[in-house]
Design a protein around this ligand. Structure first.
Ligand code: PMP
Length: 396
């Protein structure tokens, strides 16, 4: 029977595909080290779990308002004030089932058939696919390792056409770990101020996992605040990936558009999760700071480990929990049976020979790189790089 043509217009997330292949190998008894997935390896902080348990006992088991409970949206506003000095009201906020749904909502709410969406590469795998689902055209803007994979105002300006509707980026960036500072964001904001019809979707989900100081949001520039749609969530900073809580902060029209879409797709997100969200956002932030410290400790070690891999080149990540080395020195090499033509081949080789799962840079729009997560314990990370080096040494 015929399925819809929509299904052939986009691909499944490469990150989930690699994790699935890793699981299949593991089921065959192979000891696979997973450096492919994008989730903290920590448990959710105790006080948040306590709030979730209480919500169950208090019978938070009914449908919730589509944009989220009022007090949960107030908690988001309080967080935006505390951390980002941004003023938003609950009517600007929509809670969703993960930042992934928030992104789907905002893209469907802003992109029409044939609209262009500028996405600097490397970018998170889902961005381009959601744009395709919406009928838009992803316009991928390459960046350079020498510039820490960030775009300049001039590059942005040159990419804008009369069809540009949205600019979509993450800072800290998954996969490169690049972080835009105040001056860099200000220069981009100046370009957007001259183009008031363009929305800026600012994915700030790695906000707390920042190794260079204060997180800066592009929403802080008053001239463009109305154009900015902040996307954030609890998955990364609070180790709550399975709770599924994302949110947006945007102008009221965008928020209403997202509410309308969500009202047909999923309704309000999980009641228990929303109660736990309040405790996460306005409760004790110490566990988040501790997790970030641990990520930073691992990052330092991973930088040493990557520097010991012959031929890999790296821009040091300033945030998130990935390294994104350029690995093209291995393209064209072979171990006698397998030839490595590209980053996809290298990832498969590392999975099959080193038993380490990674993700091809092609999925992130940067095909000479691969992504390796450091959201795994240091002993596992050490072992993974040992195996990677041994496997790569067989390639000539
Ligand atoms: N944005 C980025 C950049 C991400 O890396 C992720 C998760 N990998 C998400 C959004 C989605 O997060 P979630 O749906 O778990 O909130």
């Amino acid at each position: 029977m015929k399925l819809s043509s929509l299904l052939s217009r986009f691909s499944e997330p490469e990150t989930l595909k690699m994790a699935k292949l890793g699981r299949e190998l593991r089921a065959q008894g192979v000891d696979v080290i997973d450096l492919s997935l994008g989730e903290p390896d920590f448990d959710t902080p105790e006080h948040i779990k306590t709030a979730a348990k209480k919500a169950v006992d208090d019978n938070y088991s009914h449908y919730t308002p589509v944009p989220g409970y009022l007090d949960a949206r107030e908690a988001v506003c309080a967080k935006l004030k505390r951390d980002n000095n941004l003023d938003y009201k609950p009517e600007n906020i929509v809670l969703s089932t993960g930042a992934k749904q928030s992104l789907a909502n905002v893209i469907l709410a802003t992109v029409d058939q044939g609209d262009e969406v500028i996405i600097p590469a490397p970018f998170w795998v889902t961005y381009s696919e959601l744009v395709k689902i919406a009928g838009g055209i992803p316009v991928i803007l390459p960046t350079k390792m020498e510039n820490k994979y960030k775009i300049s105002a001039a590059e942005l300006e040159a990419a804008i056409t009369s069809k540009t509707r949205v600019f979509l980026f993450s800072s800290p960036c998954n996969p490169s770990g690049s972080v835009y500072n105040y001056d860099e964001l200000k220069s981009l904001a100046d370009v957007f101020a001259k183009n008031p019809e363009i929305f800026i979707i600012s994915d700030e989900i790695y906000e707390y996992i920042n190794f260079v100081g204060k997180h800066e949001s592009i929403a802080q520039f008053d001239a463009i605040k109305n154009q900015v749609i902040i996307v954030n969530g609890l998955s990364k900073g609070y180790a709550m990936t399975g709770y599924r809580l994302g949110y947006i902060a945007a102008n009221v029209d965008v928020a209403k558009g997202c509410e309308k879409l969500q009202g047909q797709f999923t309704s309000g997100t999980n009641a228990v999760t929303q109660r736990a969200t309040i405790d996460a956002l306005v409760g004790d932030q110490t566990p988040t700071l501790e997790m970030t410290k641990e990520f930073e400790r691992r990052k330092k070690r991973v930088l040493e480990l990557v520097s010991e891999v012959p031929g890999w080149k790296l821009a040091e990540p300033d945030g998130a929990f990935y390294v994104f080395p350029q690995v093209s020195a291995y393209f064209g090499k072979s171990d006698g049976t397998t030839t490595i033509n590209d980053a996809d081949d290298l990832c498969m080789y590392l999975l099959n020979v080193a038993h380490v799962s990674t993700v091809t840079g092609r999925a992130f729009g940067t095909p000479d790189c691969i992504r390796l997560s450091f959201a795994n314990s240091l002993p596992k990370i050490e072992e993974a790089y040992k195996r990677i080096k041994t496997a790569l040494a067989k390639l000539n």
